[in-house]
Ligand binder design. Structure first.
Ligand SMILES: N[C@@H](CCC(=O)N[C@@H](CS)C(=O)NCC(=O)O)C(=O)O
Length: 208
């Protein structure tokens, strides 16, 4: 299988990190949905990153669905989302919030970078920025509970999809520009990000 997309997409990056962490052999091609539109269209006419070219030659898109498929390929010990309902809910709940950080950061970035300045809509920018910071507000207490610990991640001793998506989301939200939000109220998220970014799977999939 081959993962298609740039690592500066938080969705591509969470998949790349997760596949590595799960030990799933795969290739990766850095094709941009913007700069390589034609090349991307030839792989996936819908031009969505990430796209996974599966071993049967077909494609699968949407990071959450790719990860859902990937979870089915590995042993329970390798999975990043636990099976028991309570533990699974805890991981999915945080992952869902972190995905809002990704989505709102991407929307803010698109509005500011892709639209001509005179067509940018300030109320929309304020709306998505508010949603972005409220999602960070919701994640910070979860990160604070394990701040300073070297053997606990967001939901327990194992690194899960909640940690990967939260760390990737934080890194991407910081990357879109210093004006997006003030990081001062989020020391625990910054610390969680630093811990995660030091892992081999993160180091080998740098955002830039
Ligand atoms: N929910 C999707 C979002 C993926 C997404 O929006 N990717 C962006 C790149 S960061 C993209 O494909 N943009 C091009 C477009 O939407 O036309 C996922 O989790 O994969």
């Amino acid at each position: 299988m081959k993962l298609i997309g740039m690592l500066d997409s938080p969705y591509v990056r969470r998949v790349a990190i997760s596949l590595q962490r799960m030990g799933i052999a795969h290739g990766h091609e850095s094709v941009s949905v913007f700069r390589h539109f034609e090349a991307f269209s030839a792989i996936n006419p819908l031009v969505k990153a990430p796209t996974l070219i599966c071993d049967d030659g077909g494609i699968l898109m949407d990071s959450q669905l790719i990860l859902d498929y990937a979870e089915a390929l590995v042993t329970p010990e390798q999975r990043l989302v636990p099976a028991t309902p309570e533990a699974r809910l805890a991981v999915l709940r945080l992952t869902g919030i972190a995905l809002v950080v990704c989505e709102k950061a991407v929307q803010r970035y698109y509005e500011l970078q892709l639209r001509p300045q005179d067509k940018q809509h300030q109320p929309w920018i304020e709306r998505v920025t508010g949603q972005l910071t409220r999602a960070l507000d919701m994640l910070e207490p979860a990160a604070a509970r394990v701040a300073g610990s070297s053997d606990q991640w967001l939901t327990g001793p194992a690194l899960t999809q909640a940690d990967i998506t939260t760390a990737v989301a934080w890194r991407f939200a910081r990357h879109i520009g210093p004006d997006a939000f003030d990081p001062t109220p989020y020391p625990a998220l910054a610390a969680l990000s630093a811990r995660a970014e030091a892992l081999p799977e993160f180091l080998s999939t740098p955002l830039e």
